[in-house]
Design a protein around this ligand. Structure first.
Ligand SMILES: NC(=O)c1ccc[n+]([C@@H]2O[C@H](COP(=O)([O-])OP(=O)(O)OC[C@H]3O[C@@H](n4cnc5c(N)ncnc54)[C@H](OP(=O)(O)O)[C@@H]3O)[C@@H](O)[C@H]2O)c1
Length: 215
């Protein structure tokens, strides 16, 4: 089975590549800079392009069983208007064109799920993020809303602060803000394992679970 991966060049992206390869998946990784994934040469297919290059995006998505996206605004200065949401719009169009239905995207508490209750810590953190980096917050929220309205078999995986670290046997808490006890930390290994596990797991299709390390 093949995964098409967007956002594979960030720290989490590399954990996702290692997890997917260890679970036996083939990978097609989309990047603006092939040098950033050179350590995986010979083990993955690399497709180079930016998020507006519809032909290159189509090439990356073609033949995939699922798309995983770790795309997210990765600097305090977001260039242009909602670049990640615009990129996802092109990815979704390519998926529909080639009949790929499964889309798994990293998100945050910036997207409020109807099943959430009131969670002071998570929503205060999201509000603080909105005040400090408004453009990044708006891009994450718009990206989530676009995906939810896409009619694909989507899953939004909502996360707190990330830290480097292994999957620790995949022991995490999963649920909804305000309903489930969730810590404010998550290891990138645990996140990568959960994302890759969702390729075959249908339990969170059209759902936006929040996940966190178990304290
Ligand atoms: N770090 C945290 O504590 C934290 C907290 C909440 C949510 N998140 C989200 O978790 C995900 C992974 O975070 P991370 O810290 O491990 O990695 P990251 O450095 O935020 O990685 C983001 C990825 O998105 C790509 N990207 C961003 N803007 C892009 C654009 N305009 N065009 C093309 N590609 C673009 C980056 O590509 P390049 O390498 O080419 O720049 C990179 O592959 C991200 O979605 C992030 O927003 C992180």
């Amino acid at each position: 089975m093949k995964i098409s991966l967007f956002g594979g060049t960030g720290p989490t992206g590399k954990y996702i590549i290692r997890e997917a390869l260890s679970q036996g998946y083939k990978l097609s990784v989309y990047t603006r800079d092939a040098g950033k994934v050179s350590e995986f040469a010979g083990k993955i297919e690399v497709v180079v392009g930016d998020l507006q290059d519809t032909a290159a995006i189509a090439k990356c998505v073609e033949g995939a069983d699922a798309v995983i996206s770790a795309l997210g605004p990765n600097s305090l200065k977001v260039k242009g208007d909602k670049p990640v949401m615009r990129g996802l719009s092109n990815i979704i169009a390519a998926m529909k064109q080639s009949g790929v239905r499964r889309l798994i995207q990293i998100s945050t508490a910036a997207y409020r799920d109807p099943k959430d209750g009131f969670a002071l810590k998570a929503h205060a953190f999201a509000l603080l993020f909105k005040v400090i980096v408004r453009k990044a917050y708006e891009d994450i929220k718009a990206t989530a809303e676009l995906i939810v309205s896409s009619n694909l078999d989507w899953t939004l995986v909502r996360i707190p602060n990330l830290q480097d670290g292994p999957a620790e046997g995949g022991i995490i808490d999963i649920g909804w803000y305000g309903k489930t006890k969730l810590s404010m930390k998550l290891s990138r290994g645990n996140l990568a394992k959960f994302l890759v596990d969702q390729v075959k797991n249908q339990g969170f299709v059209k759902a936006a679970p929040a996940i966190a390390n178990r304290n």
